[in-house]
Design a protein around this ligand. Structure first.
Ligand SMILES: [Zn+2]
Length: 181
């Protein structure tokens, strides 16, 4: 414990050896240290103790999930969806695409999947906050240059059947999306 740690509710310096709880605001952000006396106030503010039983429900649990787990869940949803069949069909004529899987800006529960070829690209969204919502198309276009930089972080590949695989960047493909050679 750092010597100048303070309670996020009352601002009091946490004494050496004093018990504290760590809470997460439902609005997200950094975990906040709360002294034992302020637990009730923190809970009235709607802050969540991720270690407490029953706290890991709904969107709050997703906020504390590591990003890799979120992307893997999104890829699994995509691979089971109609969109994977669309990718499979396009691969038959266009070959292997570049694939990017990442968080959508401003939508903490949404993962954006970009699948791009030389002259066409598609973008789908996966809503991790709603398991029942189908994978939906966000956008499509023709030039890879139309995509923003974060959508060109090629961090996945597509296998037969349009099945995306995270973290398997094909060799011989430059990260800027241009084929090498
Ligand atoms: Zn306090």
């Amino acid at each position: 414990m750092s010597p100048d740690e303070t309670c996020a509710v009352c601002g009091r310096t946490i004494l050496a050896g004093e018990r504290t709880r760590t809470y997460i605001s439902p609005k997200g952000g950094h975990p906040r240290v709360v002294c034992e006396l302020c637990r009730a106030r923190a809970e009235r503010l709607g802050w969540v103790d991720p270690a407490a039983p029953g706290a890991n429900v709904g969107r709050r649990a997703e906020a504390s999930e590591p990003p890799e787990g979120r992307l893997e869940r999104a890829v699994a949803r995509f691979n089971a969806s109609e969109a994977a069949r669309t990718v499979a069909g396009l691969m038959r004529t266009l070959g292997e695409p570049w694939v990017s899987v990442g968080a959508a800006a401003g939508s903490p529960n949404e993962v954006r999947i970009t699948v791009a070829w030389e002259l066409t690209w598609y973008q789908w969204g996966v809503d991790l906050g709603n398991e029942l919502r189908a994978v939906f198309q966000l956008d499509k276009g023709h030039e890879v240059g139309q995509l923003d930089g974060s959508a060109r972080q090629w961090n996945a590949t597509a296998a037969v059947g349009g099945q995306l695989i995270l973290g398997a960047l094909a060799e011989g493909r430059a990260p800027d999306g241009e084929p090498v050679g």
